[in-house]
Design a protein around this ligand. Structure first.
Ligand code: F0G
Length: 351
């Protein structure tokens, strides 16, 4: 009887909806905040993981999408469109089904994880693979939404940010106050913008005593905010954050500077190391882009930037099942045994 109702019902008074707004939800949000034992030991801090892969379509995008599709429905839209590195398209496709809308998605050709493509397909989205990168897809999607009857549900749509800010509310509600530091991966920079807004609203209303420092991490091959200039041909194995010209650039810089935080980069090697550590030592399977937050925390700790005793939350943004190639790659092939207990026991090192 006490199922989580989804972010719009749980935080209705803090979101742009009215009593007559037709809420489109898959009961997103309410995700686990998991104490990270190994990361806490390594940093001397109290580290928690906000496991956003536990959302209905497997990423934090559902928080923004319930708002974007709800408002599109309220405004009478019959079709929605988004550019995506994969997760936004999976989420838009699912929520469009709930709303009875057509969903069009533009993805960079050959650069989206198979699980995400499968989601968009099975939910019946109209998919175009664009011969370009995410930034090209977003330009195209914006142009189409301006000239044709189709609503844009990328995070340049401000109601997406409204929905995503609820993750910060949940963290403060759980911990009783804001953390000292919040760490997250940065691609198009919508999420860092949303968290900063959420923390700000709670602090302004006296629901927390302070706001955290915001630490954002981009992949080295796709780090325009670190370089201070657009990256024309972004590259990284973390395809979700393979973005060279973030739409929420100025908001991300504001979150960094107002919070006294920083935005740095992590290499693909560091991302994969954190990806394996999370799975093998914390029991949390995330997609590579999500591991950029943890890779960044470990890098900062190695650089002596992490004072012990602090409370730190790392958002891990997407589920590992979306992109399992990296889990399988380089791992030993399981051995085959006959239906024989002695043989199995021997292979397992039990005998
Ligand atoms: N982590 C994952 C798993 C993502 O899918 C994204 C963005 C990010 C982090 C970065 O968040 O863009 O708000 O800074 N994915 C978008 C998409 C671009 O199309 O699914 P951001």
């Amino acid at each position: 009887t006490h199922q989580w109702r989804g972010i719009i019902e749980e935080y209705r008074d803090r979101l742009p909806v009215t009593d007559t707004t037709p809420v489109v939800t898959l009961r997103e949000g309410g995700t686990p905040l998991v104490p990270a034992q190994v990361l806490s030991e390594r940093t001397g801090c109290e580290v928690h993981l906000k496991v956003e892969g536990a959302n209905p379509t497997g990423s934090f995008k559902d928080r923004g999408m319930t708002m974007a599709i709800t408002r599109a429905k309220e405004e009478g839209a019959q079709a929605v469109i988004c550019a995506s590195t994969g997760n936004t398209s999976a989420s838009a496709a699912a929520y469009a089904v709930r709303a009875g809308m057509v969903c069009a998605v533009l993805v960079p050709q050959g650069k989206i994880a198979l699980g995400k493509m499968g989601q968009a397909l099975v939910h019946g989205a109209k998919i175009l693979q664009v011969d370009g990168n995410f930034d090209d897809c977003l330009t195209l999607a914006r142009g189409l939404s301006e000239n044709y009857p189709v609503a844009l549900v990328n995070s340049v749509n401000p109601v997406r940010i409204e929905g995503q800010k609820t993750a910060a509310f949940e963290i403060v509600d759980m911990l009783g106050d804001a953390p000292d530091i919040h760490v997250l991966p940065v691609g198009n920079a919508g999420n860092i913008t949303a968290y900063w807004k959420g923390y700000g609203e709670y602090a302004a209303d006296g629901l927390s005593t302070h706001r955290p420092r915001m630490w954002g991490f981009q992949a080295s091959g796709s780090a325009p905010l670190v370089r201070g200039e657009v990256v024309k041909d972004p590259s990284t194995i973390a395809t979700a954050i393979r973005i060279g010209n973030p739409a929420s650039w100025d908001f991300a810089i504001a979150a960094r500077d107002e919070s006294g935080g920083f935005i740095d980069e992590v290499t693909d090697r560091e991302i994969l190391r954190a990806y394996r550590l999370l799975a093998a030592q914390e029991g949390v399977f995330v997609e590579p882009a999500s591991a950029a937050s943890v890779a960044g925390l470990l890098k900062a700790a190695e650089q002596g930037k992490v004072d012990p005793g602090q409370r730190i939350v790392c958002t891990v943004t997407g589920n590992g099942l979306k992109d399992p190639d990296w889990a399988v790659a380089g791992a030993p092939q399981p051995v085959t045994v006959p239906v024989d207990a002695a043989a199995a026991a021997e292979r397992l090192g039990l005998a």
